[in-house]
Design a protein around this ligand. Structure first.
Ligand SMILES: [Fe+2]
Length: 197
């Protein structure tokens, strides 16, 4: 299935649709990083799996940058999903199929960088040059009020875990399994959510 009408997506075809995006568009450059978009997200998911993290974290890492491809979802246009808002766009396309924990990890992965830079000085050293550049465009480290507000999120721990995976997934030569390896766990998360809602 390619370039779908958002309305035609449901819990039976969303995982195939996401896989198709990885396969057709995943080779695109991740601006300023030595990995493609698919490699970046697959690396984060693979590291999470190797570290024994829960499936929901693995899946969140796998999908955290899907907002770069929201033009694939018929209801969105390129105009309203510029890259600098990819975190909101990604959360919006996932929210019909995934629990809030996943969409929060996606929606706040940029905010988490701003949070960590403000609260853990050593975190800044982990950032790639491209990530430091985008940090400045994204508002720089959080101020005190922003920190207090951000810490109210009940999913803070998971959001931060996914942010660390985001930073970790930038190896120029790491081998990962393909999307298909993760597809069954993505489907499990979707099925649990769609059954519950
Ligand atoms: Fe990322």
């Amino acid at each position: 299935m390619s370039k779908a009408d958002f309305d035609r997506l449901d819990h039976t075809n969303i995982v195939g649709f996401l896989q198709d995006i990885f396969e057709r568009r995943g080779g695109e450059e991740y601006l300023g990083e030595p990995v493609t978009m698919a490699e970046h997200m697959l690396q984060g998911a693979t590291i999470a799996e190797q570290n024994g993290q829960p499936e929901i974290i693995i899946v969140s890492a796998l999908l955290h940058d899907i907002g770069h491809f929201t033009s694939e979802f018929g209801m969105f246009s390129m105009e309203d999903t510029e890259d600098r808002y990819h975190e909101d766009a990604g959360a919006r396309v996932l929210q019909a199929f995934f629990p809030t924990l996943v969409t929060d990890c996606v929606r706040y992965h940029v905010a988490a960088k701003r949070y960590l830079c403000a609260t853990r000085p050593s975190y800044y050293d982990r950032l790639s040059a491209a990530s430091i550049h985008s940090l400045n465009l994204q508002g720089g480290p959080m101020n005190k009020d922003e920190i207090l507000e951000f810490e109210k999120n009940p999913n803070l721990k998971e959001i931060i875990a996914v942010r660390f995976l985001d930073e970790a997934g930038k190896h120029p030569d790491m081998i990962t399994p393909p999307f298909q390896h993760f597809a069954p766990m993505v489907q499990r998360i979707v099925d649990q959510h769609c059954k519950a809602s």
